[in-house]
Ligand binder design. Structure first.
Ligand SMILES: [Zn+2]
Length: 179
């Protein structure tokens, strides 16, 4: 299994067995590795083409820093498909105006709900918008909120410092892609 030391950056690392160093996305061209990222409210994004696999940890900082674009570029024009895993939903993700504006600027205004006192952000939708605008087909986008809808998953907003991490992994098995 390939992992990365996640630091809320936009850095993409070439995967190798074990930890590939600091970064928030893993890419591999071989068929030997399972790529894994961990999250607890941030968005896990898994991608595949016929040649490559990628796993991305995308929180608001990663999305604002265009980590998805940086990862898709590494597929060098391949046809890419993606899966978006469970993350905190717009129901629970209250943010400040500055964060809302930064994500709006790299996706679109529909990802921010301003009906409440503070903006609520839909991070999975922002990830999906970025993927689709790069020509990536999103095969699955989880609609489950890690904080309020999935007791079996960890949520930093629900468990705070006691939060464990959810693992999202992608690998090939008999020529099929597993996630
Ligand atoms: Zn929720």
């Amino acid at each position: 299994m390939a992992t990365v030391q996640q630091v809320h950056s936009a850095a993409v690392r070439e995967a190798r067995a074990g930890c590939a160093g600091k970064g928030d996305a893993l890419l591999s061209a071989g068929h030997e590795l399972a790529l894994a990222v961990v999250t607890a409210d941030c968005v896990p994004v898994l991608m595949a083409s016929s040649e490559r696999l990628a796993a991305v940890h995308a929180g608001w900082r990663g999305l604002a820093g265009k980590i998805i674009e940086a990862t898709v570029e590494r597929f060098q024009g391949d046809k890419v498909v993606a899966w978006i895993g469970p993350a905190i939903g717009p129901c629970c993700y209250e943010v400040g105006d500055e964060v809302a504006e930064r994500i709006e600027a790299v996706s679109n205004s529909s990802v921010v709900d301003r009906r409440g006192v503070r903006p609520h952000l839909d991070l999975p939708a922002a990830a999906g918008f970025q993927l689709e605008s790069l020509g990536v087909e999103v095969l699955h986008c989880s609609a489950e909120c890690t904080r309020c809808e999935t007791p079996s998953l960890w949520s930093y907003r629900r468990h705070a410092e006691a939060a464990g991490r959810n693992v999202a992994a992608i690998w090939r098995h008999d020529c099929e892609v597993e996630t």
